[in-house]
Design a protein around this ligand. Sequence first.
Ligand code: GDP
Length: 197
Amino acid sequence: LFAGSADFIAAAPSIGVLPPMDGVEIAFAGRSNVGKSSLVNALTGRNTLARTSHTPGRTQQLNFFKIGERLTLVDMPGYGYAAVEKAKVAAWTDLIHAYLKGRANLARVFMLIDSRHGLKEIDTDVLDGLDKAAVSYQIVLTKGDALKKHEIDARIAGIQAAIARRPAAFPEILLTSSRDDRGVTELRACVARLLSE
Ligand code: GDP
């Protein structure tokens, strides 16, 4: 799936300029600095697809990548960076809500959560929005290399309890690290399964 072509197709700063719906779409969301660019690059086996940014909160666009024939990967702008002013947060929320509501071919949002920090209030707000929009999402823990085994187990148990009653949450939580590549194969398998559904 990820061995073939991967091409940048569009950057959408507003809802009016989204590329046409085509094939199966999956999206990656998370707080700024969660490790999203690194994970997208590990997933696709490319170092340049999603730009890792050292100035969090800068990218406020939806970036669309075509993977092979039928898959589109969407890199959503990171949220929750404190220095971003209120107007930008509102713009982010509007763009994301409009995208999520209108995207019939969006199969799943992978919600990235830093395994060291767990669910923050802002993540919970985003999950509320996904539940409301009835967009299927799956929790993906990042930076799993930074925790010990018992810390990982506790983190997963805590999040499992937190999402148990959320209607749009997919129950399986993935633990990943782009440092040591753990969970990347499993994440690829999840994506492949969505394509074959
Ligand atoms: P983004 O802002 O969500 O796109 O995050 P980046 O991919 O740019 O990564 C943010 C920071 O987290 C960088 O300093 C990365 O080196 C670090 N990081 C990313 N992935 C991992 C990981 O798997 N493990 C650890 N320990 N750090 C990571």
